[in-house]
Design a protein around this ligand. Structure first.
Ligand SMILES: [Zn+2]
Length: 200
């Protein structure tokens, strides 16, 4: 996906990056409008607008550059919330989960009880409180996208949604977070057991 300098500048102004852009080029607008939301992206690259041939669009389909104030409010709020980002790991399935929440210990108890993705032995390996938590989560998981695997589905109001976990070692998950994290509001916490989660 090639973005022009003007497009990159616009994204930067909005606190977004190239990774936030859903590539809807060559896809009919009504299709990418549903896909962009499903993928949780705040902005899409679509067909040029009538007036200035801009290509960046809000999920509503409106030209982002002609309507710069029309930022998806829900997205910007959610992306910028300060929360904990955490890594949980499973020895039985050799997978990682990167997630965010207000209370990682409690979140882990819920994952184990469900059990999330059918994995019974989630252990909390790392957490750190960060601003822009959802953005960081999104960037970290995107950078590991080739290791993402599906482990089952959950029903979401009748709709089935894939449960995705990451087939990688702890260090890979940690590196993905470290690469995107710019600031933290708490010291990172790391489990003394992380050495067990280096899968070959
Ligand atoms: Zn425009």
């Amino acid at each position: 996906m090639d973005l022009t300098k003007a497009e990159l500048d616009f994204l930067k102004q909005k606190g977004l990056t190239k990774n936030d852009v859903y590539n809807g080029l060559g896809v009919k607008q009504k299709y990418w409008m549903s896909l962009v939301k499903k993928e949780g992206k705040p902005i899409a690259l679509g067909n040029p607008c009538t007036y200035e041939k801009h290509r960046l669009k809000w999920p509503s389909g409106h030209c982002a550059q002609c309507n710069p104030r029309n930022i998806g409010k829900g997205f910007s709020d959610r992306f910028s919330q300060t929360k904990y980002i955490y890594i949980a790991g499973s020895l039985s399935h050799k997978v990682m989960k990167i997630g965010i929440g207000d209370d990682p210990e409690q979140r882990l108890a819920v994952l184990r009880r469900q059990p999330y993705a059918g994995v019974p032995d989630w252990q909390l390996l790392f957490h750190m409180k960060v601003p822009n938590s959802a953005r960081l989560e999104h960037e970290a998981i995107s950078s590991l996208s080739k290791h993402v695997v599906r482990l089952g589905y959950f029903k979401d109001g009748g709709k089935q949604t894939a449960i995705e976990v990451i087939k990688c070692s702890y260090v890979d998950a940690l590196k993905a977070i470290a690469k995107s994290a710019k600031t933290a509001e708490s010291d990172p916490w790391q489990s003394p057991k992380v050495g067990l989660y280096e899968f070959k």
